[in-house]
Design a protein around this ligand. Structure first.
Ligand SMILES: Cc1cc2nc3c(=O)[nH]c(=O)nc-3n(C[C@H](O)[C@H](O)[C@H](O)COP(=O)(O)OP(=O)(O)OC[C@H]3O[C@@H](n4cnc5c(N)ncnc54)[C@H](O)[C@@H]3O)c2cc1C
Length: 368
């Protein structure tokens, strides 16, 4: 076994969460290494959709506030990443339309208005009104919501930009580096080990075996999602559309992403099937002009879900210097820079306000 150097921080996993943790650690001057068993972005992060949308404004909670803070600060963060890397991320606060197809949906949408005003501090709008002409009247029988907080990012461009920014901040990234063992102060692959003053566990759905070495209970069962990339048929505005589980995300190029299925029971997390055809057909029902699009790519991945459907962050129980950065589930891209910022702050011994439900204990995880 070769010992390949000592680091202040070794991050296991190079998805959006791990790369953001590495970025903020490196920016703070910590000697940082990212290890990914394949390539950065080869897990859930390497998908197509990139919708950065808020939770519903009613029944506000600290979890919703955490995400809102992330959505608001995202513009600044991704601009900064672009400036450091010199590469685009595809970020844009384009807003979102949601068709209303019943009296009940309309009533609910109107009921959210005052909550949005309060929770979003009047900075972003939630408006209920007539549906736009490009949306099928059949799915928007009762009008539509238009909100101006949502943004989109191009996941693959953003990852490439992030990788470059992390390197320019001085961190190392190693691909093909599968971590098999973690213990206090040591991260081990099959033939190499690294000394690590701090270890960040950000291995997405690959984290189960590593979590099992440091804590009782592991990861939850991931939820599979399928998405497609279509050519832009023209005639659609640059805003996103959300219609019960379906996202239509124009990427400001000539491509539009459609996602995502939500599958609890799956065998192969990486294959696509007729469920994606159904989803694409629904997208055409909502925006008929998509009927002229061609499918450029089909993609599937598994959303990292911790034991509960909340992020899993903060210290590993019973360990001084091992940290969770996982459980991004359906909103992992959107919250990833806040996860990185907070994890780096905790590593530097600073106090952060981490929502209780994101902590290991809330996920039922206890020290070994
Ligand atoms: C279809 C679909 C659509 C989605 N849409 C959105 C969306 O619109 N907006 C949004 O915010 N989120 C979305 N998500 C969720 C989001 O993609 C994830 O929450 C996020 O990417 C998780 O990032 P991560 O870094 O935690 O994990 P991952 O991206 O899975 O990264 C984990 C990394 O760890 C590496 N790894 C695993 N095990 C090891 C090991 N033992 N040693 C070394 N490396 C290891 C893997 O190779 C991988 O690169 C979507 C997910 C899916 C599947």
């Amino acid at each position: 076994m070769v010992k390949s150097g000592n680091y202040d921080v070794v991050v296991v996993g190079g998805g959006f969460l791990g790369l953001n943790c590495a970025f903020f650690c490196a920016e703070a001057g910590l000697k940082t290494l990212v290890l990914d068993q394949a390539e950065p972005g080869s897990g859930a992060s390497g998908g197509l959709v990139g919708a950065l949308s808020p939770h519903l404004p009613r029944n506000w909670s600290e979890k919703k506030q955490f995400q809102l803070d992330a959505l608001i600060s995202a513009a600044r963060h991704w601009k900064k990443i672009e400036a450091i890397s010199g590469l685009p991320t595809g970020y844009g606060r384009v807003g979102r339309w949601m068709p209303l197809d019943s009296e009940r949906a309309l009533e609910n949408a109107r009921g959210q208005e005052p909550a949005a005003l309060e929770a979003w501090s009047g900075e972003y709008e939630w408006m209920v009104g007539p549906a736009p002409s490009w949306m099928s009247p059949e799915v928007a029988t009762h009008g539509a919501i238009h909100e101006t907080l949502s943004a989109r990012i191009d996941p693959r461009k953003a990852l490439a930009s992030m990788v470059e920014a992390v390197r320019r901040k001085g961190a190392e990234i190693r691909s093909g580096a599968r971590v098999l063992r973690v213990e206090d102060g040591i991260v081990a692959m099959d033939t190499e080990t690294f000394g690590a003053a701090h270890i960040v566990l950000a291995a997405g759905m690959g984290a189960g075996p590593l979590h099992a070495q440091v804590v009782s209970g592991g990861m939850g069962r991931g939820v599979k999602g399928q998405a497609a990339l279509l050519t832009d048929p023209g005639g659609l505005p640059g805003q996103m559309v959300f219609a019960t589980g379906l996202y239509i995300v124009p990427h400001g190029t000539d491509l539009i992403a459609v996602g995502s299925t939500s599958e609890q029971d799956w065998v192969d997390g990486l294959t696509t099937d007729e469920q994606l055809d159904d989803l694409t057909a629904r997208a055409v029902e909502v925006c008929p002009s998509l009927g002229r699009s061609s499918v450029v790519e089909r993609w599937a991945g598994v959303r990292p879900r911790a034991p509960k459907p909340d992020a899993l962050l903060g210290p590993v129980p019973g360990r001084e210097n091992i940290w969770f950065a996982n459980g991004g589930y359906k909103i992992g891209i959107g919250i990833s820079h806040r996860v990185g910022e907070m994890t780096a702050a905790m590593i530097q011994g600073r106090k952060v306000e981490l929502p209780e439900r994101f902590k290991a204990a809330s996920h039922g995880l206890t020290a070994l």
